[in-house]
Design a protein around this ligand. Structure first.
Ligand code: ATP
Ligand code: SF4
Length: 337
């Protein structure tokens, strides 16, 4: 192994999430929205999180950013960012990270934009960590608006958010999120509200900018095609657990978990035959109330067997760079032993 390969090999990931557990308190009891979630985001890489609605993708993204509602309770685990546990950091230190080393793009651009202030004032304010004059900050804002494809930024910068279309607003949000040169960008379904053509444009733009800036990205999406296009690695979530994780090419070509296989089989981008009705995974995501025994996917799994009812599967390694939680992987080992 060459020296630089070796350095890269042993380099610590930028973000290390370990055994994270989170509950929401509700009148019906505690909703276990994240269970034993572990995930790494290596420096300079794009990691996707996929899974059906309700699998905990957004909860994970918001936990990272410290933007949780009052009824959320992290019951165990750690989130190491650049080696420091975000969950143990004083509130002020954590706030200082936001909009500086950590920034976020939301599904709805209006979550990040103030409707009664001009884009100019918001883009200048977001640079408050920078020791630059107001006119330098304005120049940087104009450059970034140009970079994300806003036509004639000089005349548009004084406009209010509602003067922009949805796609243009999302470009403004990307410009704002990247203006601070984050080390980690969290993007929560940033293209879901856009039509297919705009989605492709935004994904290409994100990819270009990520390469230029060299930041890591955690990209939450329903859309497997977008993940395949943008991400280096992908984590598949189901009912609050990461059930499979690995390099995008491995997961998409050689999925090891029955849930990942089902998700890929239902992806409209992969269905070869023309059809009027898109397939869905039979059954529903289980209720996350109360404690769970056995494999969380067993009620919908075509390959479930007796062990799946009693034991929660541990993580099994497939090849060098892929892990999945399914008892079948252990059984295969037993057969081949
Ligand atoms: P989607 O793709 O629809 O955004 P998701 O995978 O991002 O779904 P989350 O929004 O993270 O899923 O939700 C995970 C679980 O936590 C769901 O069962 C959801 O109902 C529950 N949940 C989320 N927020 C709260 C809350 N504030 N109080 C109670 N339960 C919540
Ligand atoms: Fe299916 Fe059992 Fe594997 Fe769970 S552990 S995914 S139920 S085979």
């Amino acid at each position: 192994m060459r020296h630089d390969d070796l350095t890269q090999h042993i380099a610590r990931p930028l973000l290390e999430i370990r055994d994270l557990n989170l509950d929401f308190g509700t009148p019906r009891g505690r909703v276990h929205a994240l269970r034993n979630v572990s995930l790494d985001v290596p420096a300079g890489q794009v990691v996707g999180i996929v899974g059906e609605s309700g699998s905990g993708k957004s909860t994970l993204a918001y936990t990272l950013m410290g933007l949780l509602p009052e009824n959320a309770d992290v019951t165990a685990g750690s989130i190491l960012f650049e080696g420091k546990d975000l969950l143990k950091m004083p509130a002020q230190a954590r706030r200082n990270l936001l909009g500086d080393r950590l920034s976020m793009i939301f599904q709805d651009p209006m979550t990040a934009l103030n409707p009664v202030r001009t884009i100019e004032s918001q883009m200048i304010d977001i640079q408050h960590h920078e020791q630059r004059s107001r006119s330098e900050k304005r120049t940087r804002a104009l450059e970034m608006l140009h970079r994300v494809g806003i036509p004639d930024p000089q005349s548009r910068i004084g406009a209010y958010p509602h003067h922009f279309s949805g796609g243009m607003r999302q470009r403004v949000c990307i410009a704002m999120a990247l203006l601070v040169k984050p080390t980690l960008l969290v993007a929560d379904e940033p293209t879901t509200a856009l039509d297919a053509t705009l989605e492709v444009q935004i994904i290409h733009l994100l990819k270009e900018l990520q390469k230029e800036i060299g930041c890591s990205v955690l990209f939450v999406s329903h859309h497997l095609g977008a993940v395949a296009e943008l991400c280096d690695r992908v984590a598949v979530m189901y009912a609050g657990e990461v059930v499979e994780e690995g390099a995008v090419r491995d997961i998409f070509h050689n999925p090891a978990h029955p849930y990942t296989r089902a998700l890929l089989e239902c992806d409209p981008g992969r269905i070869k035959k023309s059809t009027r009705t898109l397939p869905t995974i039979p059954g529903e995501v289980p209720s996350l109330l109360g404690s769970k025994k056995g494999c969380i996917f067993r009620a919908r799994c075509p390959q479930a067997f007796s062990r799946c009812t009693h034991d929660n599967p541990i993580e099994y390694r497939i090849g060098v760079d892929q892990v999945a939680r399914c008892h079948l992987l252990d059984e295969e080992r037993l057969v081949s032993a």
